[in-house]
Design a protein around this ligand. Structure first.
Ligand code: TYD
Length: 201
């Protein structure tokens, strides 16, 4: 089962994925955790180009293509060979819809076309943790371990557009995307997600 986690900055995805992995492993499931951009050696190299806040000249189209390239590599090396396991993936194609199609105004058609390979491998289930961007960014700033990357540095209106994008695609793909209120405690969010996964296993 291929499960992805989506949300704006500071939505707590990483903590949730670790907790879920721990519980599912305890229940004897075969679990694999991974992330985008990255998740394999070459894809992590593309990630470092994308997130380096010195790379201010990357254009919106190049950015979208690099996210798609990292995804293609990650699909071939990590996702496709492990589809028999429970894959918990931190971000996937919906991030490109929200950030590039909506945040960068590139539109769904362009982003879908460059991600046509990934569209053949859509997740079985996607959890979108919805949070007001200001609350999320304040959380990220409080967490001193988090280094501010190129996309974290974007202005508030960009993150607002990303959220609107997520809400839009959650309706478009409501057979697969479950929207979760990110204002709840991490424990409450974790319980909702775990119940949903266990029901489908
Ligand atoms: P990361 O540190 O993994 O973010 P987070 O901890 O918020 O999940 O950085 C990934 C950044 O890349 C994040 O700002 C979202 C962005 N992104 C896109 O813009 N498009 C994409 O397709 C993906 C996968 C990520």
């Amino acid at each position: 089962m291929f499960i992805t986690f989506e949300g704006g900055e500071g939505s707590g995805k990483t903590t949730l994925i670790e907790k879920l992995k721990h519980t599912l492993l305890e229940k004897q499931y075969d679990v694999l955790t991974t992330r985008e951009p990255g998740g394999s050696k070459v894809a992590e190299k593309i990630r470092s180009v994308l997130l380096d806040n010195k790379n201010t000249e990357i254009t919106a189209h190049t950015e979208a293509l690099l996210f798609a390239a990292s995804r293609a590599q990650h699909l071939d090396e990590v996702i496709i060979p492990n589809l028999d396991k429970i894959i918990l993936c931190d971000r996937y194609i919906d991030s490109s819809f929200a950030y590039q199609a909506f945040g960068r105004n590139l539109g769904m058609e362009f982003v879908q076309s460059i991600n046509s390979y990934a569209l053949k491998y859509l997740p079985d289930l996607t959890f979108y943790i919805d949070l007001d961007p200001k609350t999320g960014i304040d959380r990220v700033k409080k967490n001193r371990l988090h280094k501010t990357d190129r996309l974290d540095m974007e202005v508030q209106t960009f993150h607002q557009k990303v959220r609107e994008g997520y809400l839009h695609i959650s309706e478009m793909f409501n057979d697969r995307i479950i929207v979760i209120d990110g204002n709840q405690t991490i424990d409450a969010i974790y319980q909702v997600i775990l119940d949903n996964i266990l029901r489908r296993l």
